[in-house]
Design a protein around this ligand. Structure first.
Ligand SMILES: NC(=O)c1ccc[n+]([C@@H]2O[C@H](COP(=O)([O-])OP(=O)(O)OC[C@H]3O[C@@H](n4cnc5c(N)ncnc54)[C@H](O)[C@@H]3O)[C@@H](O)[C@H]2O)c1
Length: 331
């Protein structure tokens, strides 16, 4: 089996490539390295079944060639994360909408199955229940830039279902909830790598707002397992699935947990959203998935708890030399 992974040099994409290679499959990656990096796939690059093309999904020539080559496509390339959306809205909207349109139209032309990565952001501002695939989207106004990311991904979903229903293209849409693990960068505002790095360095751990907002965190290897289960389940075609972990934690509790697991003395400081993201920024108070649909269809459930995943991330960052001291080395 040959797979194309768009965004394969990114965080989730690199773990997906690793798993596909471990299964003896051939993997083609197209990645423009905007938020991904060669470091993420360095360990795969000598493998004869791994092929990396540094380029954009917006490039017709590259994408046409790769689509013709493979049996199926995992479309993960996107401009990701709230910070990026706030800083570079035009790039975000164009990459996420035009990139997905190109992938779907070429997949349709060549008759290749596609899995499209969407996000829990499409649910928007729900607060009183865990989120299931049939919930409404509750998004803010178009003048509030942060909602652009959710809108682009929602449009990707509409387009994927349109290709499925009108042109018979086999597609599956996954809505990732906050996914964490080694190789995730804190550079673009992702909370767990930022907290762990600050804790290891003894820097203040910065919590936006009052920290009572809650999230659920999924281990990246579980997310990859879910993606592969869904890609390989014919009954998943033409449908959308939450990929997450139903257990919730507040951001303040997360900061405390990270501090304790790293034995750090870092102070926890609170920064108003306005100061971090500009006036009028809206965040979601709560975001946790109902995963009964994916559980029922393919038997998926999370394999590890949050402390274990945090432990893996902490070890990975320490191995990379972050916050290394003689005391740590002795542990
Ligand atoms: N990590 C999460 O918690 C999370 C949550 C919800 C949804 N997602 C979705 O999962 C997918 C993967 O996200 P990630 O967390 O691995 O982020 P990431 O930023 O590490 O991965 C995205 C990859 O896409 C690449 N890319 C961006 N624009 C491109 C373009 N025009 N052409 C080719 N490559 C391009 C980047 O260089 C990067 O390697 C994205 O579609 C994202 O929206 C992730």
């Amino acid at each position: 089996m040959k797979s194309l992974v768009t965004g394969g040099a990114g965080f989730i994409g690199s773990h997906l490539c690793e798993e596909l290679i471990a299964r003896g499959e051939e993997v083609f990656v197209v990645d423009d390295l905007s938020t991904g990096s060669l470091d993420n796939v360095r360990h795969l690059r000598n493998n004869k079944d791994f092929h990396l093309v540094v380029g954009s999904v917006l490039d017709d020539t590259v994408l046409t060639e790769l689509t013709g080559e493979v049996d199926r496509i995992f479309h993960l390339a996107a401009a990701v994360g709230v910070k990026l959306i706030m800083d570079r809205p035009v790039d975000t909207i164009e990459t996420n909408v035009l990139g997905t349109e190109k992938v779907l139209s070429l997949a349709s032309k060549h008759g290749k199955k596609v899995l499209v990565a969407s996000t829990s952001e499409v649910y928007g501002k729900h607060r009183d229940h865990t989120l299931s695939e049939i919930d409404n989207m509750v998004l803010g106004p178009t003048k509030k830039r942060r909602w652009a990311y959710a809108c682009t991904k929602a449009l990707d979903e509409f387009l994927a279902f349109a290709y499925h229903e009108e042109k018979g293209l086999p597609v599956v849409v996954v809505r990732f909830f906050n996914t964490i693990g080694p190789r995730q960068s804190g550079q673009y505002g992702m909370v767990v790598p930022k907290f762990v790095k600050s804790a290891l360095l003894g820097d203040p751990i910065t919590v936006f707002g009052d920290g009572t907002q809650s999230r659920s965190f999924t281990y990246v290897k579980d997310a990859v397992r879910a993606v592969l289960m869904l890609m390989e389940a014919p009954a998943a075609e033409g449908d959308v699935f939450n990929v997450g972990d139903g257990r919730e934690i507040t951001i303040l509790e997360l900061a405390r947990r990270v501090r304790s697991l790293t034995s750090s003395q870092s102070e926890i400081v609170f920064v108003p959203y306005d100061r971090a993201y500009g006036k009028g920024f809206e965040d979601m108070e709560r975001r946790a998935p109902d995963i009964s649909k994916i559980r029922k269809l393919v038997g998926y459930g999370p394999s590890v708890g949050l402390d274990e995943v945090l432990g893996i991330i902490i070890r990975h960052m320490r191995d990379a030399g972050i916050g290394e001291t003689s005391a740590h080395r002795a542990l």
